[in-house]
Write a protein that binds this ligand. Sequence first.
Ligand code: ADP
Ligand code: MG
Length: 271
Amino acid sequence: SLKLPRPAHRRIMTVANQKGGVGKTTSTVNLAAALALHGLKTLVIDLDPQGNASTALAIEHRSGTPSVYEVLIGEISIADAAAVSEQSPNLYCVPATIDLAGAEIELVSMVARESRLKEALSNEALDALGIDYVFIDCPPSLGLLTVNALVAAKEVLIPIQCEYYALEGLGQLLRNIDLVKAHLNPALDVSTILLTMYDGRTKLADQVTSEVRGHFGDTCLQTVIPRSVKVSEAPGYGQTVLAYDPGSRGAMSYLDAAREIADRGTEMESA
Ligand code: ADP
Ligand code: MG
């Protein structure tokens, strides 16, 4: 496969949807791995106390490990917390430990509580690591951690599961994004919708797909991620599906989605 274009400016994408189980973490780690495979330096920030992205990338995240928690409270820098994954020398991860579970409450009384991640993701910090892409994997809520992610990013990627209640709750997420945009981060944009867990055998999946496309138009990627056992098995081996089964439909679809995202980045630059 051909090399993917390097973005002219670093892209910071927050992967958000307050619903759990829609494919935020799966999409974060697999898109990041796909970009890294093509030579782009990619950083995953695990912002979910569950630490699923850290697990999927086989990054140490026992309590006490330098993590995003210490970054948010200002104890350490992003560079101090970032670990290189075994999958690729281009793929970094700032892990989440269980210590992050208390951060939502601790942050409330802190100065500039909404922009602590943004401050940590300064140009100098990311330049030092040579990062092209940052993906922030959000917890399934719209609390202060997700707000920090929305303030730190320029783009939002919303994974939508191809199932019956797919669009339910999306209005609340979009309103929150608008609030952040109005008050804290005017540059924020929902740049990407990714349909996940598509099951071609069901009529419902097609209905949801066309409903989402009707609603979001070209913001929705052409690539749809199929429901695939390989995708769900991979994290159990501390691997992305790209490493676990490179030829699988799941791996190919995440490579395709990453290519679309990278190509759009070059369109954004010239627009
Ligand atoms: P979220 O981060 O939004 O909570 P996850 O990415 O953890 O969602 O996905 C929820 C569950 O669905 C996980 O067990 C994951 O392995 C599984 N899953 C995600 N994407 C797929 C897929 N394309 N095919 C099969 N299983 C998937
Ligand atoms: Mg998750």
